[in-house]
Design a protein around this ligand. Structure first.
Ligand SMILES: *Cc1c(COP(=O)(O)O)cnc(C)c1O
Length: 346
């Protein structure tokens, strides 16, 4: 399969915007080519210069942690930007289609709708694994993307590795494996598979384990052909300088992040056990993420009771296969204790 054959014709022919920094890359002391304010910024730090469009210093630091070369790395304004750009790069509006596997993350469908791309839903099996037969039947020559979220949001489970590999090996389109929660999973990342499958796109994010949701920084790892297309069509300065600087600093504190991951996983397992013991809990689904899907006796009343106590969880009770369920993010030990106290007294 040639990735270039999947790219939309208008994107293939696109001449990307050429920035001032694209046209002059050398060293100089006086930059009068980008209409910036040469005096500075009305802040303690200066942000008066446009940021590096390809974020090379930050990517270099990420590369050292993830083991993925810079040329296989794309950074977006959240994973959401990478998702949107994949639609724009590969899907002809009104003609092509994509496959999503509900219950799953809602942004894939929203992005499809924004881009006027047909969405084909193949429900997960009752055990929240892939319905491989249905997926194979649903794919046609206009299917360009398949979104596989693993660990999956909102169910919390990892998707069977062999099934993902079967799709990677047989599907003539892009397979997006969304690993937003991979840091909490027993399953290992698909990063090692990048060299084997040119059609694999892995999404990761700084919004969850890295604790930087407000900075809006997402990663996409893929073959150079896919990454080159994303870089060609992205807004030129999609990652602002403050985000680049702060993420660069955060990467030096990986030990802190790893401690939090260990603690979150321990709290997840404690919370799962404690929930299982409650009368109002019918089922606690096993989780590979930093949240727990749990079926309760009366989701709406329990949700409202929690809100009254200032505790907000996610009501997923109307979602197919999640009927009667709440999705509870694992908090700090104190937050989890507070939650359990309210639920015990319900
Ligand atoms: C939270 C989440 C993301 C992260 O999105 P950002 O735009 O990077 O904040 C991506 N995918 C899934 C499935 C998520 O739950």
């Amino acid at each position: 399969m040639d990735i270039n054959d999947l790219v939309r014709e208008n994107i293939k022919n696109l001449r990307p915007y050429s920035t001032a920094r694209d046209e002059f890359k050398g060293q100089a002391s006086v930059f009068l080519d980008a209409n910036e304010n040469s005096y500075g910024s009305p802040l303690p730090a200066n942000y008066n210069r446009y940021p590096d469009p390809l974020q090379l210093d930050l990517k270099d630091a990420i590369s050292k942690i993830k083991g993925v070369p810079i040329e296989n790395t794309f950074l977006g304004n959240g994973s959401d930007e990478a998702i949107d750009l994949l639609f724009r790069a590969f899907c002809n509006p009104g003609k092509d289609n994509v496959i999503v596997l509900p219950p799953t993350y809602g942004m894939y469908e929203v992005s499809a709708n924004i881009n006027d791309v047909e969405i084909r839903k193949v429900s997960l099996l009752p055990n929240f694994q892939l319905d491989m037969e249905k997926i194979a039947e649903t794919i046609d020559k206009n299917t360009k993307l398949i979104f596989i979220c693993s660990p999956n949001n909102p169910t919390g489970n990892s998707i069977n590795r062999e099934d993902i590999e079967t799709i990677l090996a047989n599907f003539n389109g892009i397979v997006v494996v969304d690993e937003a929660y991979i840091n909490y999973a027993r399953q290992k990342t698909f990063i090692q598979e990048l060299t084997e499958y040119g059609n694999l796109v892995i999404l990761q994010t700084f919004s969850k384990a890295w604790g930087l949701a407000a900075l809006r920084l997402g990663m996409a790892f893929s073959s150079t052909k896919v990454i080159d297309v994303l870089n060609k069509i992205k807004p030129p300065y999609n990652i602002n300088q403050a985000t680049q600087d702060l993420a660069f600093e955060a990467l030096k504190n990986i030990a802190q992040v790893n401690d939090w991951i260990k603690e979150s996983v321990a709290e997840r397992d404690r919370l799962s056990k404690a929930l299982t013991a409650l009368n109002i809990v019918k089922k606690v689904y096993p989780s590979d993420a930093n949240f727990i899907l749990t079926e309760v006796t009366d989701a709406l009343t329990i949700y409202d009771t929690l809100v009254d106590q200032g505790i907000i969880v996610r009501d997923r009770s109307k979602v197919t296969l999640c009927e009667g369920c709440l999705r509870i993010t694992v908090g700090t030990k104190e937050e989890n204790d507070k939650l359990l106290t309210v639920l015990e007294n319900f």
